[in-house]
Design a protein around this ligand. Structure first.
Ligand code: FAD
Length: 362
């Protein structure tokens, strides 16, 4: 039975472990410095909203296309997973359209006639008479919002149900992960799901990986109806506006920022005020028109999206004689692409196993 170590317990590592475990026939150990329940600047997944706003261009859309049906099913049929259905509202500002939408931080999301109109349920263009002031155009579709504080532990539980073992560990070099299987034997394959830390991990040291700092405010106020996001804002080029209400009492996430190459773990109070002002302007019912003073703050947060020049890295590589399958660099779409990426990881693992069997090594 092939022995697999998954390095990383964020949404990428956990989803890979689950999909491999469901397939059967592997001994799987998840090893990580941080696990669900931890909040740390080196651990991105707990800080995400998270929702589904397709960001890829059509040519790179496999990950999001393959993930959406799974998240939709979980939201509709598995309430304990911590997802619920919400309408997403994507708005293009007149001033951003006038400059060719160059400032928009997601390549695919704000495109006219986007590929995802065929994929996302209940897609509709918003008629001009329904657009907020200053907006050129926009669309709405059925999406989900994930309460990451529920969903990540749920993934751990699902993995455990299929026999995956978990242990804490910090490795300096990827080759050390080979020795961390719970079986006590050397792993045949290591899945590298180390997120933004892939740029610091020995044997990988991927210099194309960098943080895209996201600051958020989590509040108790409810954002009813829909999850808005707009193509830009007047405050700064690396600031954005989005609002989403989490399932199962998880509060409402007000975002945010997308600050490239910025590792600062501390919430900036000035940015926080701007985030809250933008959110209340887009969603006045958050505070019944009373302004940001009426927001009830649960916490301020900062997470580092694992961005990568050239996009996500999902490929196999032999390092120091052992197979490694990389799955990192998901930037701001790690949840909404998680099952699509895990599917590719399973394919790569199958290829390795077949190849090694041919050579009678497994
Ligand atoms: P991580 O969650 O960072 O996990 C990395 C794991 O690797 C951790 O367990 C860590 O401890 C472990 N690790 C790393 N190095 C080592 C080592 N050397 N030894 C041992 N363990 C190690 N995505 C969406 O899809 N939708 C959204 O709405 C969304 N909103 C976001 C909002 C914000 C503010 C932020 C910050 C992100 C958002 N994202 C969203 C992006 C998403 O959160 C990330 O893409 C995703 O969490 C990345 O997950 P990961 O598992 O690759 O990395």
């Amino acid at each position: 039975m092939p022995i697999i170590v998954v390095l990383g317990a964020g949404v990428s590592g956990l989803t890979c472990a689950l999909e491999l475990a469901k397939q059967g026939g592997h001994e799987i150990t998840v090893v990580a410095k941080h696990m669900p329940g931890d909040y740390d600047i080196e651990y991105t997944s707990p800080w995400a909203g998270a929702n589904v706003l397709p960001m890829a261009l059509d040519k790179d859309s496999r990950w999001e296309r393959r993930t959406w049906p799974v998240l939709r099913r979980l939201a509709k049929e598995v309430p304990e997973a911590g997802l619920h259905v919400q309408t997403a509202r994507v708005l293009r500002r007149e001033k951003d359209v006038a400059t060719g939408l160059k400032a928009a931080l997601a390549d695919g999301l704000f495109q006219f006639d986007p590929w995802y109109k065929e994929v996302m349920d209940n897609f509709r263009e918003i008629p001009a008479n329904e657009l907020p002031k200053g907006m050129h155009s926009g669309c709405e579709f059925m999406s989900v919002c994930i309460n990451t504080a529920i969903y990540l532990p749920w993934l751990v539980g699902q993995c455990a149900k299929y026999g995956v073992q978990f242990k804490r560990g910090i490795v300096k070099h990827i080759s050390q992960a080979h020795n961390l299987s719970h079986t006590g034997k050397k792993a045949d394959i290591v899945i590298n799901a180390t997120g933004v830390l892939a740029c610091k991990l020995g044997g990988v040291m991927d210099k194309a990986v960098y943080p895209a700092r996201g600051q958020i405010v989590v509040v108790r106020n409810e954002a009813k109806g829909f999850m808005p996001t707009s193509s830009g804002c007047d405050d700064a080029d690396d600031e954005i506006m989005y609002v989403m209400q989490r399932a199962l009492g998880g509060g409402t996430i007000l975002g945010g920022t997308y600050m490239r190459h910025n590792w600062d773990p501390n919430p900036d109070p000035n940015i926080a005020v701007r985030i809250m002002k933008r959110a209340v302007e887009a969603h006045p019912e958050l505070t019944d028109g009373k302004g940001i003073e009426a927001l009830s703050i649960i916490r301020h947060g900062v997470g580092l999206r694992p961005a990568r020049e050239g996009g996500v890295r999902i490929e196999k590589e032999k390092i120091d004689g052992t197979w490694v399958v990389h799955n990192y660099g998901h930037a701001g779409w790690g949840y909404q692409g998680s099952y699509g990426c895990a599917e590719k990881v399973v394919e790569l693992v199958d290829e390795i196993v077949k190849q090694e069997k041919r050579q009678s090594k497994l």
